[in-house]
Design a protein around this ligand. Structure first.
Ligand code: PBG
Length: 344
């Protein structure tokens, strides 16, 4: 009744709310939604993490249902399965025997160690793959820390000396991308120089730029048996309360020669992904970490979440926030779903 009333009738006598803009028009069919979709995730965006060990069997990881520690043979089978769904990039995490662990973590640059052997195996079978390797001492440290320990402190520069040896060793084995996850100051530049001076100018660096001292890494530490032997990692990993600090780290890593930047964990840190995206022109990776994976699996096991829908939504949200790359334990499964759906 009367001009400006919220509810009126049109010429046909039907109820009409007079308004010209109706955003629902762009959502009215599957074809329309696909046409206007801003964010498309494809299997090529994923990095698939693989836990490996020296045993000849696969071992389930109780806090990460569906993930296993693979024998090296089975690791190849896992790569092959993921490859069929379009996954091309893998990152390796070794479970190292206690008798090989030490404070200086010297096993991390043993050319016959598990990681160099695994890298050569994957590159031999899948020459077109991208193999990434983690640079950090913790799997090899008898202290369960990412650095050399002295008097209860993590030594920055001594640690970097070891990380450089580890990076060169991995590059020599054929690693395409080394990924320092240790958070020592200055390690990206030092690793870049170490690689370059050995002739590995083509080896990329994916820097864990904004890696937070997070409670969401617990299941990963179960998988590697790498829980800190004392204290926590707060003197090197970032305080979850800080967002601007990530920009300091990003500027340093970019200046030191990083090729790509990682934010970790993922879902609780989408704002950090977004900030880095607007501050740098380097590709950004999100790490959807073990605790995030475990949370979803636990809810799915109870029937509280639709796994497929929740996982694909999560992946899309990482990209929407600004991630170009997604490192996730769901990579193979999500890639399979994407292939089935033909969503790209
Ligand atoms: C350690 C490292 C960690 C993860 C990747 N590299 C654990 C830690 O910092 O203690 C965690 C990944 C995950 O939780 O999925 N260099």
């Amino acid at each position: 009744e009367g001009a400006g009333a919220p509810l009126t009738v049109n010429n046909g006598g039907n109820v009409w709310v007079p308004q010209r803009a109706r955003p629902r028009r762009n959502r009215k069919s599957d074809a329309m939604r696909r046409m206007v979709r801003e964010t498309i995730v494809t299997p090529a965006n994923f990095i698939y993490p693989l836990f490996i060990h020296e045993e000849s069997y696969q071992q389930e990881i109780p806090s990460m249902p569906g993930c296993q520690r693979h024998s090296l043979e089975h690791m190849l089978k896992e790569c092959e399965d993921a490859w069929r769904f379009g996954v091309r990039t893998f990152v390796l995490f070794p479970k190292v025997a206690d008798n090989l662990k030490s404070n200086y973590a010297d096993e991390c640059y043993n050319p016959n160690g598990i990681v160099p052997r695994a890298v050569s195996m994957i590159k031999e079978r899948f020459p077109d793959s991208i193999v990434c390797t983690d640079i950090a001492l913790d799997p090899y440290s008898d202290q369960g820390h990412d650095g050399v320990v002295k008097d209860g402190k993590i030594l920055n520069d001594e640690t970097i000396m070891q990380l450089c040896k580890q990076a060169v060793c991995q590059a020599r084995a054929g690693s395409d991308v080394v990924a320092p996850s240790d958070m020592m100051d200055g390690r990206v530049g030092a690793i870049r120089d170490a690689l370059d001076s050995e002739g590995f100018t083509d080896t990329s660096i994916l820097a864990y730029t904004a890696k937070y001292a997070s409670a969401f890494y617990g299941p990963f530490r179960d998988a590697l048996d790498s829980h800190p032997g004392f204290g926590d990692k707060k003197t090197y990993q970032q305080d979850p309360a800080n967002g601007r600090e990530a920009l300091v780290e990003a500027a340093l890593d970019a200046a030191e020669g990083a090729d790509m930047l990682m934010v970790k964990p993922g879902m609780p840190y989408l704002d950090v992904i977004h900030r880095l995206k607007t501050e740098t022109n380097l590709p950004i990776s999100a790490y959807h970490v073990s605790g995030e994976y475990a949370m979803m699996k636990a809810a799915v096991e109870r029937g509280w979440l639709d796994e497929r829908a929740a996982v694909l939504e999560t992946m899309t949200c990482f990209k929407r926030a600004g991630a170009d790359i997604i490192l996730t334990y769901y990579a193979k499964q999500a890639a399979q779903w994407l292939c089935e759906d033909g969503l790209f």
